[in-house]
Design a protein around this ligand. Structure first.
Ligand SMILES: Cc1cc2nc3c(=O)[nH]c(=O)nc-3n(C[C@H](O)[C@H](O)[C@H](O)COP(=O)(O)O)c2cc1C
Length: 350
């Protein structure tokens, strides 16, 4: 039985969890269309996750994925944080705003979120996925004990080996092309920047796990190519941003539909971790300044405040407009139609 057969998902496509962009409506539409929908709860707490899970379950009886951030808790370095806020101050001033006096750790890692663990044990979602690292063995055992199928992102063979040793069911091979945050466990480690094709093939050959390919996959031809490489499924994020069910704001949508989509940048300046974003004024500023960013998610507190100040003035140039290198191929249509289109292009019988 293949991985997706275990959860009765006939179409080997996963709608990527996208914190701030994917929604329960999107996840349910994708799952009802025969693929696997995902919600991302890394940017909320247990109560927020509970509401999102309820919203998915109200719309579908099919399997869905709940995605968690498992980042190492940030180092708090007051002098570095102060210097970062000072460096951003001119950008805030241009928006008629002042930067926050103190930066906060805006998201709690699942590694230390006991309330989230209790919620997941109680709710037992069919699939749980981890990004940025792995939780402890006891947390993994607790989720497996209630029947969750577990996935984790890897950007290298070494990370995939950790995923296998932890007893995770499948690995998401996230290539350098991918939109959003790079799932590397240690953002300060050397990064070989493996592309989706090389990484997928490497993990199929050597990881000993079912592989889900992610990064730059925008249409059925690319999905098919990943399956030909030995992947059991393809995970697509950017392809779903322009769907009506997404919560991407008007600036993100407009940039994706414009020539701005031709240029993406991997930057740490917005959140403190490498993430691929449509080129905008924040990524341009980051090219000279990102080396001084505090750790994720502390830097993100400043980045979100700057974006909020700019948006209040109608300026979308400082958004976390995450997107992968395939961005110019994005299509705007309901998520269920997109799944049907992808399946038809890939030649799947549904
Ligand atoms: C807007 C956006 C938000 C994302 N947020 C998350 C997230 O919350 N959790 C996660 O595991 N991956 C997240 N990702 C990464 C995806 O899981 C996936 O690796 C990526 O979308 C694949 O590349 P593609 O965007 O080129 O399809 C995000 C990607 C995008 C584009």
């Amino acid at each position: 039985m293949t991985l997706l057969d275990r959860i009765a998902v006939p179409v080997p496509i996963i709608q990527a969890p996208m914190a701030g962009t994917s929604t329960p409506e999107m996840a349910a539409a994708v799952s009802n269309a025969g693929a696997l929908g995902s919600i991302a709860v890394g940017a909320t707490d247990a109560a927020g996750a509970r509401a999102m899970i309820d919203a998915v379950r109200a719309r579908t009886d099919r399997a869905f994925n709940v995605n968690l951030f498992v980042h190492a808790p940030p180092r708090r370095e007051p002098a570095r944080e102060r210097a970062w806020v000072d460096a951003l101050a001119p950008l805030f001033a241009e928006q008629g705003a002042i930067p926050p006096a103190e930066l906060r750790e805006i998201y709690t890692s699942f590694a230390e979120d006991d309330a989230m663990l209790r919620l997941l044990i109680d709710q037992a979602p069919p699939v749980v996925s981890f990004h940025f690292g792995l939780p402890s063995a006891d947390r993994i055992a607790a989720l497996k004990a209630v029947g969750c199928l577990l996935l984790a992102t890897a950007t290298s063979l070494a990370e995939a080996e950790e995923v296998r040793k932890a007893g995770i069911d499948a690995v998401v091979a996230q290539g350098w092309e991918a939109g959003g945050h790079r799932g590397m466990f240690d953002p300060d480690a050397r990064d070989d920047r493996l592309g989706t094709v090389a990484l997928t093939r490497l993990l199929v050959a050597k990881s000993g796990l079912p592989v889900i390919a992610a990064g730059g996959i925008m249409d059925g031809a690319s999905v098919r190519a990943m399956l030909d490489l030995g992947a059991v499924a393809a995970q697509l994020g950017t392809a779903f941003i322009a769907c009506p069910e997404s919560s991407a704001d008007q600036w993100h949508r407009a940039a994706l539909a414009s020539e701005a989509a031709d240029h993406t940048v991997m930057t740490r300046a917005i959140s403190g971790r490498p993430a691929r974003c449509l080129a905008n004024r924040f990524t341009a500023w980051g090219e000279a300044n990102e080396g001084a960013a505090p750790d994720y998610p502390v830097a993100y507190d400043a980045g979100k405040a700057l974006n909020a100040a700019a948006k209040a003035r109608g300026d979308g140039g400082y958004g976390a407009q995450w997107a992968g290198q395939g961005a110019p191929l994005a299509r705007s249509m309901p998520a269920a139609d997109l799944v049907a289109r992808l399946a038809a292009e890939a030649g799947f019988d549904r």
